[in-house]
Design a binder for this molecule. Structure first.
Ligand code: F6P
Length: 194
């Protein structure tokens, strides 16, 4: 049976500082994860593996080592992280201080809340439609993307409700393996201790 793997990029400098979004590179810790991922896929010997990465530096760096292993590596803008608009680069504490009303609105309805000059989870789901359609048609794929985006994709495969989507647990340094079954999907989580 075919397999679809999902992972967030390795820890980025912004992750380490608790900042939203941005386009920062991996930390040494994140680099170690990228290396562990490469070793894992060397061992797995997945046939005709296609890697789809976002275009953000942290994802590109995470996928880099897979170039020699995968049949293809592609970079999809549609896999870039939810655009936090005016809140990009801020910490949650910064946002709460600067924009208390925004924080409150987001808490009330995180799925539909759209950052000023940015996106909502609902917007991300819309732009992911072509990716999901392609995922349905393809063979073995590894998706290297981001927390909010992976929440949306996983929600699709596991039939979650809209209100659940923004809270699905997608930890860093964890590879998620999805094996589609007739009426359901089987998920396995691999945590890499790096
Ligand atoms: O903190 C990592 C991150 O991927 C940010 O880049 C992004 O803005 C955020 O998570 C999305 O998570 P949430 O929707 O829970 O704020």
């Amino acid at each position: 049976p075919r397999v679809v793997y999902f992972t967030r990029h390795g820890e980025s400098e912004y992750n380490a500082m608790g900042r939203m979004g941005g386009d920062s590179p991996l930390t040494p810790h994140g680099d170690a994860y990228a290396h562990a991922l490469e070793q894992f896929f060397k061992g797995e010997r997945v046939q005709d593996l296609r890697v789809w990465s976002s275009q953000k530096i942290r994802a590109v760096q995470t996928a880099k080592g897979l170039k020699g292993i995968a049949a293809h590596v592609e970079y999809w803008k549609a896999l870039d992280e939810l655009d936090a608009g005016i809140c990009e680069g801020l910490t949650y504490a910064d946002i709460e201080n600067r924009y208390p009303k925004q924080t409150e609105d987001r808490k009330k309805d995180k799925y539909h809340y759209r950052f000023p000059s940015g996106e909502s989870y609902e917007d991300v789901v819309a732009r992911l439609e072509p990716v999901i359609m392609e995922l349905e048609r393809q063979g073995n794929v590894l998706v290297v993307s981001h927390q909010a985006v992976l929440r949306c994709i996983l929600a699709y495969f596991t039939d979650r409700t809209m209100s659940e989507v923004p809270y699905i647990d997608v930890p860093l340094h964890t590879l998620i393996k999805l094996v589609p079954r007739a009426y359901s999907c089987h998920l396995t989580f691999y945590t890499f201790d790096v």
